[in-house]
Design a protein around this ligand. Structure first.
Ligand SMILES: [Zn+2]
Length: 198
């Protein structure tokens, strides 16, 4: 239980890390973090420990009482955890492009998407964030070994390097708690939000 996982958000409610319950409790106790509940309400260690434990709810025994298991905590200090660089992986490109073909804009299962070099490798295109996009088979065939201009196809948006790590997606099997969900969708929100400002 103490090594089970807790989602860590920065002060902007953006997920930055996953830590152990043991470490999360330590941060709570030292005032470095607060618990966030499903209604986005914040609790310090004292107020969290004072909450009653409902029947069937996850809890841990602390000294002489039971306290609820915090599954999401918010850092009280600014950018304490270093940002890790985004791994340039197939999965992260799919995540960035939201499983949408970047030419026709339609949504596909990952198995029906390819990675396409916007400027083909044969024309000097690099395998980098700003030259690789998701593409469906149909658009891939239509484009062939040409640039979008030559093929008269338009990208639905310009590919760029995502602003942060999709840390939860880089795990082999993401441990996923129901209580993390509202905050993980913030990833999409913040991600798209950041892109639109550029
Ligand atoms: Zn397509």
């Amino acid at each position: 239980m103490m090594s089970s996982q807790v989602l860590v958000l920065n002060r902007h409610f953006v997920p930055v890390h996953v830590t152990s319950l043991r470490h999360a409790l330590c941060m709570l106790y030292r005032g470095i973090a607060k618990v966030v509940d499903h209604q986005y309400e914040l609790f310090d260690f004292q107020s969290w420990a004072a909450l009653s434990v409902a029947l069937g709810e996850e809890h841990i025994g602390m000294v002489n009482r039971a306290i609820r298991v915090p599954r999401v905590v918010l850092l009280q200090v600014f950018d304490r955890l270093p940002r890790r660089p985004v791994r340039f992986s197939r999965l992260n490109v799919y995540l960035r492009d939201q499983n949408l073909c970047q030419y026709c804009g339609r949504n596909f299962h990952r198995s029906d998407l390819n990675l396409d070099h916007v400027i083909p490798v044969s024309l000097g295109g690099k395998t980098e964030w700003d030259n690789v996009v998701c593409s469906c088979v149909e658009c891939n065939l239509k484009k062939g070994g040409r640039t979008p201009e030559q093929a008269r196809m338009r990208l639905i948006r310009k590919p760029t390097k995502p602003p942060w790590t999709f840390f939860f997606a880089t795990m082999s099997r993401p441990p996923y708690y129901e209580k993390w969900k509202p905050f993980l969708t913030m990833v999409d929100y913040s991600y798209w939000n950041t892109e639109l400002k550029d």
